[in-house]
Design a protein around this ligand. Sequence first.
Ligand code: MN
Length: 277
Amino acid sequence: MSTYCIADIHGCYDEFMELLQLISFNPDKDVLYVLGDVIDRGDRPIDCLQYIMRTKNVHLLLGNHEQMLLDFFNYNDTSWSKNKNMMTLLQLDFLSGIETGKIIQYLWKRPLYKTLNVNGRRYFLSHAGLNAAEPFKYQRTDDLIWGRKMFYRYVALPNHICIFGHTPTSYLRKKPDCSIWLDELHNDKINIDCGCVHGGALAALRLDDGAIFYVKSKSRINFESQLSAQRQSCHPDKGNLKPDSSFGPAFFPKSFLDADRKSRHMDHVLAEFGLDF
Ligand SMILES: [Mn+2]
């Protein structure tokens, strides 16, 4: 039995299926956490979502794109339409009212985060991390699905490794390297959004041993013209991803997961929050 995380599939159904094959995902034995933003941008968002809904041991945490869909259907909030939702809307249109209702009900019940203990390591999973400047009890929904700035600035959650997506790793690095990003300053964050829909790769992280698996983006026609510039800035052939269609596993640098997490985190918590965490 293995536990995997994948983030920001964004409608990339072919890469998603290829990645599950690459990791030999077995729904009877393995567990997969999908860290939000399954829909929008790419060309088969509803197929991705319906696969997740019907497959045993595949758990979805809410992303900001799923939240925007819910806000659209529940409150007529139009911010979703400014966020590349065209394919999702089109494909929902082909479904019956009952099928669409099932999707909305399913998304409505998705959790915002998950904590896990795998092989003696504690993990915190969410779409966008959290607001590391505030104690966990004060986190707002937006901190977990939209947050960026305050998450990277500090150690996030004592004694936990945070696994998240939301920001393609090449944007973080400001260079064309789409591989998984490790926070080597705070030693506690792993960004697994390798920008598949922007021409990067879809990655799976195996929590049991830190193995990383990549499937290169198929870079098919994108329906959002403004993505072409982003695609150029995030191309696996120019970064440190090999040009094979898929490969793996790679592993974390030894120092990353083997550091003395507890003392590092406690120092930080004492400095930032006193004892009131
Ligand atoms: Mn996102």
